[in-house]
Design a protein around this ligand. Sequence first.
Ligand code: NAD
Length: 391
Amino acid sequence: MRIAVAKEIEVCERRVALIPDTVARLVKQGLEVWVETGAGERSFFSDTAYEAAGAKIIADTATLWGEADILLKVSPPQEREDGRSEIDLLKEGAVLISFLNPLGNPLVAQQLKNRKVTALSMELIPRSTRAQSMDALSSQASLAGYKAVLIAAATLPKYFPMLTTAAGTIAPAKVFIMGAGVAGLQAIATARRLGAVVEAFDIRPAVKEEVQSLGAKFVEVKLEEETTAAGGYAKEISEASKQRTQEVVAEHVKNSDVVITTAQVPGRKAPLLVTEEMVSQMKPGSVIVDLAAEQGGNCACTEPGKDIVWNGVTIIGPINLPSSMPVHASQLYAKNVTSLMQLLITKEKALQVNFGDDIVDAACITHAGEIRNQRVQEALTAFNTQQPAIS
Ligand code: NAD
């Protein structure tokens, strides 16, 4: 059984799918691990460190992809310089484990299906207790929440903590976190550690206690509809509820020095939470960090990948924040994919894709030339009806 770690070619991607420590554990387990030359370079793990852990370093990309039984990646497969997709390098029947963004870009599923690859999408790992060690959405969202606060603190022309000095007293910064999922809760904890006064808002009332236990005030909006969908995720809410929440949160946005938005609804464009009108009410010098920038943004003024200044307010729309902390992001991701792989490897070190396992079943989007996930199939059908058909 050969596990291969690809070098990421996406320009913004600095993470790597396995780190030397996890390689050593797999090798000890009796598995063969190949690592592409320079795969860990941008996350500060050298080829020498992988070799010392027992990996074989492979310089030829086509060999590494083509002879892998399980290919591990972080970012979804890309088009190469020669115009071919990385997916075309995989052998039939190989397993690909990666973030695949199959709902945002269902074409990837079509290509994987055509290639007869068994593809497991890290985004589709269920958020269950048993799958916690494999939950890469959580491990990476937590990094993003932490980093968002550091970016905000570095941009704000003020202190975060309250300070009493001989030159006078400094009032603490007011931070408002919108969306209290994994990223939001980590953002609350980080902003509190830096001494800010923190408020948080989420349409799921169930998070109130978690928010309060981190020392933040929960901004409550009573809505007359169910806001939680299956798996604990947020539902898309009605126009009336959107209106109601905007009325309540507007005052909190206005009074905040920093707003960090993290709200998402799986498979949909991110909800609009901060309107232009709200931004125009904020004090000059205030900062918004929009963690939903890649999904369309929670703020009307956000431009993905850019820092802009609008009416004196800095609005930051970071892309792939976890990748800006590649050492720990890779360490956590490596643990996530290693745990998932254990479900695919028998005691005899053979590959076994067991759809009786609910985690494998939920994460697998293509197998043996079929698309296995209904939502992905629906997204692909919708895509194909808008585009000329692809074979
Ligand atoms: P997410 O990234 O999908 O969304 C971030 C937050 O935005 C969520 O809390 C969501 O409720 C909120 N949101 C969505 N629309 C909003 C709106 N219009 N206004 C305000 N807030 C809005 O969330 P996530 O961090 O991936 O977590 C999703 C769910 O998964 C949560 O219930 C979480 O507790 C659960 N979870 C469970 C486990 C586990 O059991 N192992 C692990 C991680 C997360």
